[in-house]
Design a protein around this ligand. Structure first.
Ligand code: FAD
Length: 437
């Protein structure tokens, strides 16, 4: 029996496992998937969780509900021994370490937030990459309102100045959602006036949504400005301290809340450093997603650089990970049968960004652009259809319906957030700052 081990639990890992289950008989191969969470996260809806439009559990789907006969291990992969063909892992709940051998290894551990080592940034910023990040950010926004409602005018304005760094689709969507949340719940905070909330979005490129048709960026900018957001383009971040953020232009913004969506870096597992890498550290794969010089090693999704021709690579998006995964699985099967594998080819369907308040921008095939309500309707319909699991689809549709009738839920969720809690209190001068959160 061939032992196929898949590392990761996101779009790519689930796609590979599902296709292998279909292509291989149980007697052909033993399939194992190792991930540190027992769910996969539907990231396109994460900004809506951070603003309380959707509940935390609405956008996660249990891994076990998505696979049938793949053996699932809930563990943190701690290393790969490429020579011995073994993976070591520590069980997420018990910490017990184990090893598992493989004949074919699929690396799909995705990417993590990158702050490019800028001074003062890693320890201060709020990221938006995991479910925990979204829960922490939501709590933070609610706590800022709670603290501001009780503070003097100067302090209130300081607390309610928020900076979002990165004007790609995550930054734009998060900014739109934050603006929506503040408008939606301000009635509960009688001492907070609309002018007290200041949201600044910073993008290093010349327009928002760089890399997409310029009309999308200009529509997003105009719309966000109309919602009261200050948009700064063509400026980067130099660093941050407890009281603010400094830009490359020398401009300083006094803030205690920085949301970081300016970059990701591929996750590198210990022991895989010798695999060929692209400039940004992703595993450089062949067009069929195998790794040159390492037989039986495959990679796709955000942790891999999949060639797109003419020296370029497919972008790290869910759209691509979902398409790469089944092709990778088929190629494993072809290689086991000693047949020719096939290269991955895909033309993007386009990208969409929701801006809040029932507006969005969408790039359609052929570089056509749709903006406004129709784009928002398309965004919701498309992503609802792609969310795995009928129960999740129903929950999200129900939450969206409730949102039309009721204000957003401002109850805090304390379970995750010792660090965020102490830093919010430190920001308000209520506690000394925790140096080792
Ligand atoms: C806020 C946000 C919004 C986005 N919106 C869109 C969008 O609208 N459209 C789009 O196409 N893309 C979007 N993306 C990008 C998309 O989420 C990624 O491209 C996609 O998730 C990549 O899939 P993946 O399977 O490669 O990695 P991931 O989905 O990141 O999955 C990696 C998995 O590996 C697991 N893992 C990592 N390290 C270990 C380890 N050591 N041990 C065990 N398990 C491990 C992780 O827990 C995770 O389950 C968005 C991303 C974010 C953050």
């Amino acid at each position: 029996m061939t032992r196929i081990v898949i590392l990761g639990g996101g779009f790519a890992a689930i796609g590979v496992a599902q296709r292998l289950e279909r292509l291989l008989r149980p007697s052909d191969a033993e399939l194992t998937l190792i991930s540190r969470e027992n769910f996969s996260l539907f990231t396109p809806m994460l900004p809506e969780v951070s603003s309380g439009a959707l509940g935390t559990r609405d956008i996660v789907t249990p891994i076990r509900a998505q696979i049938r006969r793949t053996h699932f291990i809930l563990a943190d992969v701690t290393g790969v021994d490429l020579a011995k063909r073994e993976v070591s892992y520590a069980h997420t709940l018990t910490g017990v370490t184990e090893r598992i051998g493989y004949d074919q290894l699929v690396l799909t551990t995705g990417a993590s937030t990158s702050t490019f080592g800028l001074p003062g940034i890693p320890e201060r910023v709020f990221a938006l990459k995991t479910l925990e990040d979204a829960a922490i950010l939501r709590n933070r926004l609610i706590w800022l309102l709670e603290l501001a409602d009780d503070a003097g005018e100067l302090e209130r304005k300081k607390l309610l100045t928020l900076v979002v760094v990165g004007g790609g689709f995550t930054g734009v969507e998060t900014t739109g959602e934050m603006a929506e949340l503040f408008r939606n719940v301000e009635r509960f905070y009688p001492n907070v006036r609309p002018g007290d909330v200041r949201i600044v979005l910073i993008e290093g490129g010349a327009t928002l949504l760089p890399g997409l048709p310029p009309r999308m960026g200009s529509y997003a900018e105009k719309f966000l400005r109309k919602r009261g957001v200050e948009v700064v383009t063509g400026d980067g971040v130099r660093g941050a301290d407890d009281e603010g953020i400094e830009l490359l232009s020398g401009r300083r913004i006094e803030t205690r809340t920085i949301v970081w969506s300016a970059g990701i870096k591929p996750r590198v597992l210990a022991g895989t450093e010798s695999l060929p890498r692209s400039k940004n550290g992703a595993i450089l794969v062949n067009p069929d997603m195998s790794v040159s010089g390492f037989s039986g090693i495959w990679a796709c999704g955000d942790c891999a650089a999949v060639p797109a021709g003419a020296g370029s690579f497919y972008p790290p998006t869910a759209q691509h990970a979902i398409r790469e995964a089944p092709v990778l699985a088929e190629n494993i099967v072809w290689s086991l049968r000693q047949k020719a594998t096939r290269p991955f080819h895909y033309s993007s369907l386009g990208m969409m960004a929701s801006l809040g308040a029932r507006k969005a921008v969408a790039q359609l095939p052929g570089d056509r652009v749709l903006t406004g309500f129709l784009a928002w309707f398309l965004w919701r319909t498309y992503y609802l259809a792609r969310l795995p699991g009928l129960d999740r689809k129903l929950r999200v549709a129900f939450d969206w319906t409730l949102e039309l009738l009721f204000p957003r839920d401002i109850s805090e969720l304390r379970v995750y957030t010792r660090r965020a809690q102490s830093s919010a209190a430190a920001d308000a001068g209520l506690l000394p700052r925790d140096e080792n959160p």
